[in-house]
Write a protein that binds this ligand. Structure first.
Ligand code: LMG
Ligand code: NDP
Ligand code: PMR
Length: 389
């Protein structure tokens, strides 16, 4: 893998606190349109500069030559960092001092409150507005991020919605079924646009991570709980996922009836297929690591907010005591943080999972979630739907 120099010269470290670039970044939000119903400001920087503090290179040797070389602070963008796994990973990474976290969130004030109440230190993160239910917002986020002057060293596509009891679809601003629109298409555009930025980064290990899940994999017990994920021949996606096509289907497989639980599981297959297709298309040339993961069953997060109250009450004890698949938000955050920054997890094209002792391993994806032909087709259709082809 084309890893660049493992250690960066100190001349590459980014501007110091209080510099003019950073000051401009703090104030420069006017060029962005303010999203409806949301917080008035799109970016609050809780510190003044792009990452400064040189930190020791993980695993670097202690020879006198090496001591002089330092690795600058990395910059990681995490979508949906206002709750659950995203927030826990943001906190875990920020706490190390090795990472500056860009929290890309749809609800600015919620994110600000969440960061504060999680105890994230001022200066360790920046909040930027991103609503994955709008491709315009995705493009605006990318423009905004670039204007900030920060490098991009790692991108985590984490945000998701789950509409477990929905029997009728809702749609994104662009007219795509919401679960697939947010979880897959919004992230697809974001990832594609930010690939350039990752590629420009001088950071030794650049990574693009997309959250997958066990429930999208039918080679597991959890993946066999109905309704099961299945993309079929992607005819619903090819038909535009229903928003603007009255005769189309809102389900990827083209099914007539909408099923919110299945739509989520289908979107997770898309996430896992996308990671692999990105790996096939870009890893060799760019050296970027593409990875996905199942962080464990984090049964207490906001993901289940739309489930019936009885489910929300019973699901955590069920996972804790019966399936034993339960993992706390804190532990899952550490797992995701590992995939972002652990020097031993640089392998690309991998779907990571953790065993009972919380040790990571390369997991096997289901046949459908690892089908290269489906991945290619999904990729090409998605490019069309997000306006890249
Ligand atoms: C659907 O219901 C909803 O209809 C839908 O709206 C959406 O919410 C969706 O996935 C989300 O769920 C699923 C429903 C039907 O499951 C239930 O919620 C039923 C719960 C019934 C509780 C059963 C009692 C179990 C133990 C009691 C413990 C008390 C705590 C209870 C906490 C409950 C929290 C959930 O699901 C079913 O039809 C039930 C049967 C599912 C079993 C599926 C297992 C299939 C196994 C097949 C094996 C295949 C082999 C694979 C290879 C494996 C290799 C390792
Ligand atoms: P949460 O609901 O706690 O977090 C989801 C995040 O996504 C929230 O910050 C939410 O924002 C954000 N989000 C939702 N819609 C949008 C949007 N349109 N634009 C931008 N952000 C949005 O769920 P989890 O932390 O559990 O889920 C995180 C990831 O982990 C998901 O990809 C999920 O599929 C995956 N996962 C979760 C598992 C679990 O057991 N919980 C298991 C396996 C995978 P807001 O705070 O404003 O609502
Ligand atoms: Mg599941 C055997 C282990 C296991 C694991 C690890 C999960 C994870 N689940 C398991 C088993 C079962 N679940 C069984 C036997 C049942 C039937 C009683 C069951 C039910 C169930 C429901 C109704 N499970 C669920 C739901 C949801 O609504 C969640 C879902 O499917 O969201 C899409 C869910 C989950 N189970 C999991 C995980 C990780 C989830 C959250 C889904 C995700 O993010 O992918």
């Amino acid at each position: 893998m084309a890893l660049q120099a493992a250690l960066l010269p100190s001349t590459l470290s980014v501007p110091k606190k209080g510099n003019s670039l950073a000051a401009a970044v703090v104030k420069d939000t006017a060029f962005l349109s303010v999203p409806q119903k949301k917080a008035p400001s799109l970016c609050v920087r809780t510190h003044v500069a792009t990452p400064t503090a040189p930190v020791a290179t993980p695993g670097s040797s202690t020879s006198s030559m090496d001591k002089k070389k330092t690795l600058r602070q990395g910059v990681v963008v995490i979508t949906g960092a206002s709750s659950g796994l995203g927030l826990a990973a943001a906190k875990a990474l920020a706490e190390t001092g090795k990472w500056h976290v860009v929290m890309a969130c749809r609800d600015f004030l919620k994110a600000a409150k969440a960061a504060k109440s999680a105890g994230m230190a001022d200066g360790s993160y920046t909040i930027m507005h991103l609503d994955l239910a709008s491709l315009d917002s995705v493009r605006q986020f990318v423009a905004h991020f670039r204007r900030s002057g920060m490098p991009l060293d790692s991108l985590v596509c984490n945000a998701a919605i789950y509409r477990p009891t929905a029997r009728t679809p809702t749609f994104t601003a662009d007219g795509y079924e919401m679960s697939v629109g947010v979880n897959h298409l919004g992230h697809f555009l974001l990832a594609r646009l930010l690939l350039d930025d990752l590629n420009k980064s001088d950071y030794p290990s650049r990574r693009l991570i997309i959250l997958g899940s066990i429930t999208g994999n039918t080679n597991t017990l959890a993946g066999n709980v109905p309704p099961k994920a299945n993309l079929g021949d992607l005819r619903g996606l090819a038909g535009g996922l229903a928003g603007k096509n009255k005769n189309g289907s809102a389900m990827i497989d083209g099914a007539e009836d909408f099923d919110g639980a299945k739509a989520y599981k289908d979107s997770k297959i898309c996430n896992m297929l996308t990671m692999q297709e990105l790996h096939r298309r870009f890893h060799e040339d760019t050296g970027i690591t593409f990875a996905s993961l199942y962080p464990g069953c984090i049964a207490t997060t906001g993901l289940f907010r739309e489930h019936i109250p009885l489910f929300r009450l019973l699901f955590p004890p069920f996972q804790k005591f019966i399936t034993k698949g339960f993992v706390s938000e804190e532990e899952s955050g550490k797992r995701l943080a590992q995939v972002v920054s652990d020097p031993s997890l640089t392998k690309s094209g991998v779907y990571w999972s953790w065993n009972k002792d919380s040790a990571s391993f390369e997991n096997q994806l289901s046949q459908e979630a690892s089908d290269p032909e489906k991945a290619r087709k999904l990729y090409e259709l998605s490019e069309k739907l997000v306006g890249l082809a």
